[in-house]
Ligand binder design. Structure first.
Ligand code: ADP
Ligand code: MG
Length: 612
C-alpha cells in the first residue's frame, strides 16, 4: 500500500446476517470503497461462536475488493449490545364440544349441494323410517357406496323425504353420482358412530368455490333449529367455527353444547422506572401494548410462575442466559415486548371428525439486553486469525445512520429504521451529529412465525417462502394466475405436483403451499402479519426517537435491513407514514447495496471521520 493509506474492513454481526464492508482510507481522510460481503451469522450475535461468520464475511469482502488478508490494517467490529429476541405463542381460546354435537366438519370433497334439515337416522334403520319426517341419513363405516346409494334411492322411492347424508368413508361424490334425487352429502366423519340418532340435524354443502351461508350465520342456525334468544346466544361459537367452510353438519342434542372458552394464560408483569403494571395476557395484544405504554421505558417483564406466560418469558430468559455463556437468567432484563393478536387453527376438543376451529392466540416477542458484551472475545479471535488489529466501537443505530448517509439523496437529519430478523431498530441522527437509538422487539422472524401458525404450515422454510415471494394459482399445466390477477403462460409444462395448487413463485420456480386455503386467504394472512409486526413496530420506534414524540417532526426516514428487501413491507410503512407528512424510502447504501450493509459501512465512515 502507498503512503499513509490504510485498508480497513467494517463488520456488522447481526442476529441473522453478518455483513462486511472494505475500504481504503487515505491519509487526508478520503474513503475509497472497495468491496462488500454478506453471510449468515454463525451462532448467536456477539458470542464467540459468531467469530466464524465474521471471518467469512471479512474474507469475502477482501476477495470482492481484490485484496489479501495480509494487507489489512484494522477490522472494525460493531459493539453488539446483545439485543436478542425471543418468540412465543399461546392460544387463549379453546372451542370445546360437549356431548355429541358435531360442528365445523369440512371434508375436501363433499357431494351434492344445498341445505338439508331433518332427524338423524342410521342407514340400517332407513327401511322402517316413517314417511312423514325428513331424514338425515347416517352411514357407519363398512358400507359400500353402491349399497348406500341403493338404500337412499329405495327410501326416496317409498316417499321418505331423505334430505342429507353423513358418511364415514370418503365416497360422498361416488354416492352422490348414484342418487336419483340430489341432496347434500358430507363424508370423512371419522367418529360417525358417535353421531347421535333421532336428533335434529342440519347438513349444508356449498357449490364448488363457494362457502356455506346458513350454518355459518348465527340466525341461520336459529332459524333451522327454532332457537329462542338464549339458545341463539349459545350457538354463536358454532357459526363462527363454520365460517369459510364449504360444508358443515350441525347436530342438535339436548345437552350438547359448543363453548368458546377463554384459557387463562397468566398475568404479565411489566416493570418500568416509575411503576409496575400487570395485565392478563388473554386480554389480547391491544391491552398488553396499552399497559406497556404506561410503564415506558420498560426495565423488565415477568410472567406469573406456573402459567403459560410465565413459561414463555422464562424460556426466553433461559435461552439468552445459555447463549451468553452461562449468565444468570436473573441478570437478564427484558427491555421490550411486542404482543400480536393472531389465530391458529386447532382441532376442536370433543369433535367427531377432527373439526378445526380458529382459536385466538397471542404472539409475544421479547427483547433482552444484557450488560455483558462478549465482543472482545470475538475481536481477539478475529485478530488472531487474520493477524491484524481489531477495534470495537460505535452504537449500532448511529453506525446504521452513518451508513445510510451514503444513500444518494439522503442528508442529516435522518432517521433510519433497521428492519432485521429479531428486532426493529430506529436511530435519529441530527445535523450536528448527535444520535438517539432505540430497539423494539419483533421483526422478520415473528412475521415468518405468524404466517407459519396462521396457515398451519408447520414448516418454517415454506412460511419464509410465503413471506418473501408473491403467490400464484396454477390454473393449467401451461399457465398461472398471479396474485394481482394477471395471467402468465409457459412454453414448457409446469411440474405435475403444482397443478391446481396455490404456489409461491420463487426464483427457483413454483413451490406449492401445503394449505387448503385459497390464494386470497394466504395473501391476507401474509400482509396482515407484516403489517402487525412492521407497521406497528416502526411507528412505535419512530415515536421514541422523534422530537417530542411527534412523527410529523421527522423529515427523512430510511429503511434498512434484510426485511427492507421485502416486496411489500416498505410500501406498507410508507403508506402508514404518508399521513404524517414523512418522506420514507428504502436505503441504497453506497449507491448500490440497497438496504444492506449500512452498519458495516457506517463503522468505516466513523473510523475515517474520527481517526482518519
Ligand atoms: P439482522 O441484522 O438481525 O442480522 P437482517 O437485516 O439480515 O437481520 O434481516 C433478517 C430478516 O430479513 C429475516 O427475517 C429475513 O426473513 C428477512 N429477509 C431477508 N431477505 C428478505 C427478502 N428478500 N424479503 C423479505 N424478507 C427478507
Ligand atoms: Mg442488522
Amino acid at each position: 500500500m502507498s503512503g499513509g493509506d490504510r485498508l480497513v474492513v467494517g463488520v456488522d454481526i447481526g442476529n441473522s446476517t453478518t455483513e462486511a464492508c472494505l475500504a481504503v482510507l487515505a491519509a487526508d481522510g478520503d474513503v475509497r470503497w472497495l468491496g462488500t460481503a454478506l453471510t449468515r451469522t454463525t451462532g448467536v450475535k456477539g458470542t464467540p461462536a459468531s467469530t466464524e461468520g465474521a471471518l467469512t464475511a471479512v474474507r469475502r469482502a477482501l476477495a470482492d475488493g481484490g485484496r489479501r488478508a495480509e494487507e489489512l490494517d484494522v477490522v472494525l467490529l460493531n459493539e453488539a449490545t446483545p439485543v436478542i429476541s425471543g418468540l412465543a405463542m399461546e392460544t387463549i381460546t379453546e372451542t370445546v364440544i360437549t356431548e355429541s354435537t358435531m360442528i365445523g366438519h369440512d371434508p375436501a370433497t363433499p357431494g351434492g349441494v344445498g341445505l338439508g334439515v331433518g332427524v338423524t337416522v342410521s342407514v340400517a334403520d332407513l327401511g322402517e323410517h316413517p314417511g312423514d319426517e325428513p331424514a338425515v341419513v347416517v352411514v357407519p363405516r363398512g358400507w359400500d357406496f353402491d349399497d348406500v346409494a341403493a338404500a337412499l334411492n329405495a327410501a326416496v322411492a317409498r316417499g321418505v323425504p331423505v334430505v342429507a347424508a353423513v358418511l364415514a368413508g370418503d365416497d360422498a361424490v361416488l354416492v352422490s353420482n348414484r342418487l336419483t334425487q340430489q341432496m347434500p352429502v358430507v363424508d370423512e366423519v371419522s367418529a360417525v358412530e358417535k353421531v347421535p340418532l333421532g336428533m335434529r340435524a342440519a347438513v349444508e354443502v356449498a357449490g364448488p368455490g363457494r362457502t356455506i351461508r346458513t350454518l355459518s350465520n348465527t340466525y341461520g342456525i336459529a332459524t333451522v333449529f327454532d332457537l329462542d334468544p338464549d339458545q341463539t346466544r349459545q350457538v354463536s361459537p358454532v357459526a363462527r367455527a363454520l365460517t369459510g367452510n364449504r360444508s358443515a353438519v350441525v347436530v342438535r342434542t339436548p345437552a350438547g353444547d359448543v363453548t368458546d372458552r377463554r384459557i387463562p394464560v397468566g398475568v404479565l408483569e411489566l416493570r418500568g422506572a416509575g411503576r409496575t403494571v400487570t395485565v392478563d395476557v388473554d386480554a389480547g395484544a391491544e391491552a398488553i401494548m396499552a399497559a406497556l405504554a404506561r410503564v415506558q421505558p420498560l426495565e423488565d417483564a415477568h410472567g406469573e410462575p406456573g402459567t403459560h406466560v410465565g413459561g414463555m418469558l422464562a424460556a426466553v430468559r433461559d435461552t439468552m442466559a445459555d447463549t451468553l455463556g452461562g449468565a444468570d437468567p436473573g441478570d437478564i432484563a427484558i427491555r421490550d415486548v411486542l404482543a400480536v393478536d393472531t389465530f391458529v387453527p386447532a382441532e376442536v376438543r370433543g369433535g367427531l371428525a377432527g373439526e378445526i376451529a380458529l382459536e385466538n392466540a397471542v404472539g409475544l416477542a421479547a427483547m433482552v439486553r444484557t450488560s455483558r458484551s462478549r465482543m472482545q472475545a470475538v475481536a481477539d479471535r478475529v485478530a488472531e486469525s487474520l493477524t491484524t488489529a481489531t477495534e470495537i466501537g460505535g452504537v449500532e443505530g448511529e453506525m446504521a445512520a452513518l451508513g445510510a448517509l451514503t444513500t444518494p439523496g439522503v442528508q442529516a437529519p435522518v432517521v433510519v429504521v433497521d428492519l432485521g430478523g429479531g428486532s426493529t431498530d430506529a436511530a435519529l441522527l441530527t445535523a450536528d451529529g448527535t444520535s438517539t437509538a432505540v430497539h423494539v422487539a419483533g421483526a422478520g422472524e415473528l412475521v415468518t412465525k405468524l404466517i407459519d401458525a396462521e396457515l398451519a404450515l408447520e414448516d418454517r422454510e415454506v412460511a419464509e417462502l410465503v413471506k418473501r415471494w408473491p403467490l400464484a394459482k396454477v390454473e393449467s399445466f401451461f399457465h398461472v394466475r398471479h396474485e394481482d390477477g394477471t395471467v402468465q403462460f409457459f412454453d414448457e409444462p409446469l411440474p405435475a405436483h403444482v397443478f391446481a395448487r396455490v404456489v409461491v413463485l420463487t426464483a427457483e420456480g413454483p413451490v406449492p403451499i401445503g394449505t387448503r386455503h385459497g390464494l386470497d386467504h394466504v395473501r391476507r394472512v401474509r400482509r396482515e402479519a407484516k403489517r402487525r409486526v412492521f407497521v406497528v413496530n416502526t411507528l412505535r420506534a419512530l415515536r421514541q426517537v422523534a422530537p417530542g414524540g411527534e412523527l410529523r417532526r421527522l423529515d427523512f426516514v430510511v429503511l434498512l435491513g434484510g426485511s427492507a428487501l421485502d416486496f411489500e413491507i416498505p410500501d406498507q410503512i410508507a403508506d402508514a407514514l404518508a399521513g404524517h407528512g414523512v418522506v420514507c424510502g428504502t436505503g441504497n447504501v453506497l449507491g448500490d447495496q440497497g438496504p444492506r450493509n449500512a452498519v458495516a459501512t457506517g463503522l468505516v465512515a466513523a473510523f475515517a471521520g474520527g481517526a482518519g
